[in-house]
Design a protein around this ligand. Sequence first.
Ligand SMILES: Nc1ncnc2c1ncn2[C@@H]1O[C@H](COP(=O)(O)OP(=O)(O)OP(=O)(O)O)[C@@H](O)[C@H]1O
Ligand SMILES: [Mg+2]
Length: 236
Amino acid sequence: MLNIEKVNAGYGKFHVLFDVTTLVEPKKLTVIVGPNGSGKSTFLKTIFGLTNVYSGRIVFEGEDITGSPPHRVAKKGIAYLPQIGNVFLNLSVKENLLMASYTLNREETKDRLEEVLSYYPLLKEYYDRKADTLSGGERQLLAMAMAMMRRPRVMLFDEPTANLSPKMALQVLKEITRLRDEQGITIVLVEQNAKRALECGDKAVLFVGGRIAFEGNCHELLSHPELGSLYLGLGQ
Ligand SMILES: Nc1ncnc2c1ncn2[C@@H]1O[C@H](COP(=O)(O)OP(=O)(O)OP(=O)(O)O)[C@@H](O)[C@H]1O
Ligand SMILES: [Mg+2]
């Protein structure tokens, strides 16, 4: 679905990703883990057109999207959910959903609102509440619903469970796996709590120092004798 081929990328002259090559498979949940500063967020931003790509290619469903600006990448069906600032706190749930659909026509907006609200009944209940009155987990749900308004085929999540209680975090992860299982959405998930994410993911990619240090299935990484304890605080 997404081919990342020998990508070197960064911010201006600051080189962050080195020869990154990987494959994001359709309808699967790919979990990106690694220490702080290892390039996980930069990897997502690079797919979404928010960094400078020095060399290599990013191919989405056969089409080269390397260097495409974010609005074009979004139009192709890729949604990016940054860790913070993904909802408008001073707007209501309804207004947030309408903001997210500004590129759609009236008919489409109406249809998708209905779809999204029946998929997330909680948001229907909170329709007129301002986003700043929602809990952290509920805000993440709203961010997902906003992305869903555009019917993306790929969703890129950057640490959606950061700052949430363990219980809330699990709920958010459950909602993410539900997007994969019920909507067939391809997901790339950056997570700081490696164990929790690897337990519900399909493929794992470990970044260390801007390079891919391991790639395989999640269970392999979870049970890897050294990598888990070296980089992910697992095992001990
Ligand atoms: N906008 C930016 N401009 C310049 N350098 C940046 C920018 N964003 C990140 N970096 C640098 O790129 C490197 C990788 O950062 P990145 O945010 O991708 O790491 P990360 O793996 O997501 O870390 P964390 O787990 O802390 O979120 C770091 O050295 C960071 O300082
Ligand atoms: Mg990050």
